[in-house]
Design a protein around this ligand. Structure first.
Ligand SMILES: Cc1ncc(COP(=O)(O)O)c(C=O)c1O
Length: 367
């Protein structure tokens, strides 16, 4: 079993290394004061320090269900299982479906690929195109699969977003099969222009929709969830209990207190969207200036810019770049081509973005 390149890199980079590697939010945008106040309120109640229920803190499940309803996707708290990050949500589903075959996008999220391997799943990867997963390949692979794992919103690693027409086509194909969709949506609120309807919304009885507060509030909280039909959700509860009994009661209550002020969360999301779009534009401008041979498409949301240096072995390149104090993730780590790269544009400061790309330029021009 290979460890995650990103998690290993995070352990080995020095404080002077400029990292475009992890899917990390901008630290300066964490709502620290509001979360401090939420933690203070939560800790006024000694019950916050007690064991909690396996499926999660009831008032938080109500808030999450309400969020789906506001988006026009009817949901009750019984449809929600709170998990320790959406990573655990995916792990729970895959442990339950141990050994199943699964259709995935190529490239796909590294943390998911590892879960599939650990759970002896057979994956069929289908190329991800501009509008979404290639339809013909998807249709063929679905016929031999029990599950499909898709990241339709600002995908990790490619940054791509499925068009509305493509979402509908995918939903129709899945509906006509016995397949279950696992829709991973940690970036769905980080759109620069407009939100998209989830595919799960069109398949309420045939989908697991994974959500998370990691990218929109803080990953350290480790609060995520699975939204699914009660029949699909119920057998997962025993797996959740076996793994950690329940997600941290303190952080669930912190999130719940924070969300009570509905307008401040919406304002925070809007701040993130504006700030990340600005950083994305700056990153692209610096790429065009220092690394004009890098071929990419500007993302419409999320945290990543994906592209390629035609013919360059980016696994070798990243080792040279590490020695110069800058790091990114080679596309091959996600099942992509050897000359592809994923850059995270949200974590680094504007100065670091310019400096990091200059360092990559100096490595390339010395080769
Ligand atoms: C597509 C995808 N799914 C899941 C996760 C895990 O997120 P969480 O912090 O909610 O466990 C990530 C994190 O980068 C991700 O990119």
């Amino acid at each position: 079993m290979k460890r995650s390149f990103i998690r290993e890199i995070l352990e080995h980079t020095s404080s002077n290394t400029i990292s475009f590697a992890g899917g990390l939010p901008d630290v300066s945008l964490f709502p620290c004061e509001a979360l401090q106040s939420a933690a203070h309120t939560a800790l006024q109640n000694a019950e916050s320090l007690q064991y909690g229920t396996s499926t999660g803190y009831a008032p938080l499940k109500e808030q999450i269900a309400g969020h789906y309803c506001n988006r026009g996707f009817p949901t009750t708290p019984e449809n929600i299982l709170i998990t320790s990050g959406s990573q655990q949500g995916l792990d729970i589903i895959c442990r339950y479906h141990d050994g199943a075959s699964i259709v995935i996008e190529k490239p796909s999220y590294l943390g998911a690929l590892n879960i599939f391997k650990l759970n002896n799943m057979k994956d069929y990867s289908v190329p991800l195109e501009e509008d979404g997963i290639a339809l013909e390949g998807f249709r063929q692979s679905i016929a031999k699969s029990k599950l499909a794992y898709l990241i339709p919103d600002f995908q990790n690693p490619s940054g791509r977003c499925y068009s509305d027409a493509h979402r509908k086509e995918i939903a129709d194909i899945i509906e006509a099969s016995q397949t279950l969709l696992i829709e991973d949506a940690p970036y769905s609120e980080l759109y620069f222009h407009a939100p998209h309807k989830s595919i799960s919304h069109m398949l309420p009885k045939q989908s697991y929709h994974l959500g998370s507060f990691s990218k929109v509030l803080s990953p350290a909280l480790r609060v995520g969830w699975i939204r699914a039909d009660v029949e699909l959700l119920t057998p997962l509860i025993a797996y959740k209990e076996a793994m950690d009994l329940h997600t941290s009661g303190i952080t669930q209550r912190m999130v719940c207190e924070y969300l009570k002020d509905d307008t401040s969360f919406e304002k925070h999301l809007q701040t993130l969207r504006v700030a990340y779009q600005e950083k994305m534009h700056y990153f692209c401008q610096q790429l065009d200036l220092h690394l004009p041979s890098f071929e990419y498409t500007q993302p419409k949301g999320g945290m990543f810019i994906y592209g390629r240096f035609k013919g360059v072995d980016t696994r070798a390149l990243v080792q040279q770049c590490l020695a110069k104090g800058v790091v990114f993730v080679p596309g091959a780590e996600f099942g992509g081509a050897n000359d592809e790269i994923r850059f995270n544009f949200t974590y680094s400061s504007f100065e670091e973005i310019a400096e990091g790309l200059k360092r990559i330029k100096s490595v390339l021009s010395s080769n």
